[in-house]
Design a binder for this molecule. Sequence first.
Ligand code: ADP
Ligand code: ZN
Length: 605
Amino acid sequence: MTTKAQKLLFWTVVGLSVIFLLNLWSMPTRDSRASEEQVIFSDFMAKLDQGDIDKVVIKGNNISGVLKDNSRLRTYSANYPDLVEVLRAKGVQIEVKPADETSWYGHLLMTWGPFVLFLGLWLFLMRRMQGGNQALSLAQNKARMLTDEQKKVTFSDVAGINEAKDDVQETVEFLKDPRKFRKLGGRIPKGVLLVGPPGTGKTLLAKAIAGEAGVPFFSISGSDFVEMFVGVGASRVRSLFEQAKKQAPCIIFIDEIDAVGRSRGAGVGGGNDEREQTLNQLLVEMDGFDTTEGVILVAATNRPDVLDPALLRPGRFDRQIVVNHPDLRGRSEILQVHTKKVPIAANVELEKIARGTPGFSGADLENLVNEAALWAARQNKHEVEAVDFEMAKDKIMMGAERKSMILTDEEKRVTAYHEAGHALIAKLLPGTDPVHKVSIIPRGRALGVTMQLPTDDRHSYSKEYLYNRLAILMGGRVAEELVFKHVTTGAGNDLERATDLARKMVCEWGMSDKLGPLTFGQKEKSMFLGRDFSTKRDFSGQVALEIDLEIKRLVTENYERAKQMLTAQMVSLQALALALLDKETLDASEVDEIMLQSCSQAVPV
Ligand code: ADP
Ligand code: ZN
């Protein structure tokens, strides 16, 4: 694209300079002009009358004359029909030239110039359209090609998703030597669909396939196909495949394929014609090439459920590879990859950081390393230390600190007790995630944070765990109430989360003894938006009442439980809150210490 624009610029400059040069040429030379004295007409006539003029050249209304003393003059005459008479009477030598005489090259330029210009423009556009009937430059492919010179990604850059790497190994082998496979007649999947949440390394994996196999990599995003103009998407697909076939063996990577690949017929107002056309064209192109040509399609999505079934049929994206959030080991490996480029202090244990970042994607971890390095640099350190990683983690998990937000002393006190309430209950109840940090520095929209971190990746939760979670959520509000005898809005979010959790326990996970192991309310897939839209009530009014009562029971039971516990442990609550007011942030070991000092007797649960 840029090279084309540069070419265009180059030729424009060349053209303009040619025109400029020709103009210079056709102008009378400086010297002859300079030596000619410009006079007004009456002076000219006076000179004529005196008989000073020897010779004139008449060119339309321009008259230049040569005087007896060989000096020259120039004037602009009126339409004076008798001029020639007068000149003859004085015996002046007369030369007449056509008024609009221009040089031959000027002529050429005037007559042929525009034609040549148009021809050039036309050729240029034709070339851009690549022989199609497509609308000007819109059809131009947006696909970017990654070539060898650009940074090559290999499997060593991709960590923590070993199963996915194994799954694409075959594709790499094929791209390395398509002929080998052709001889054996094996059928290679045309399309590989990478399914997984954002930031888990799908693009990276696709690039690594190309890098390992040493083939070109075309990448385009599904949303690039969807333009306002009808027909553009389809022609983009066409030219993308044309381009790719010329470079085979190669990889075409389509990111966010759900943008074009949504089920046809779904969409507000009877579907999106443009998108459907594009999708149809994609299907046609996929069917139209033979894998033996060596073009492999790799697409990525995090919504495989909305894809048109036609895309997933054999011979299209018939191979699906799931790329999930990395587990503990995966996270440590990814951290290793990304910390290679930064100097890390000896006290940093990547394993420990990995343990403290459950649910982080590869992109989150990369961001973590980057934030830590930035933080260390701001401190003028030469190495990134463990504390820098901790700062970065807090920033990513809890939002940036809002130093500008000034709390009144009263607000600070309430927040300190609120957070101490959460933390204390989390410490007292068995089987909960360990408290990692408590803070009353405002972050994001929260005035304070109590952060718990699981010791291992959790994939499912027990009923007890969730029940305890409800008590922890209630802890904040209860502490405020016990200490200040009045409540604030600070607990609004806690209550919302508690209610939501209790509803899920009852309606989705069958955790209520009263209602039994049933689910209530079906998630309805909206035909129109192509995604989950609303829940449909599939139970009677009687059951609805019972559900509400159960939710209420779960929440209030835990509210009471939290109240009992905090009342019994008022000394600890106060100690924690005071420490928070003093230090603003307490880490796990500080919380433990305060608990040890203040909480002596056994805890009734
Ligand atoms: P996706 O395409 O799944 O949204 P990307 O491949 O664009 O995610 O990932 C964004 C960045 O995150 C990558 O460029 C890479 O630096 C980092 N990353 C993600 N997953 C991994 C991984 N498994 N190993 C190493 N780096 C990763
Ligand atoms: Zn709270």
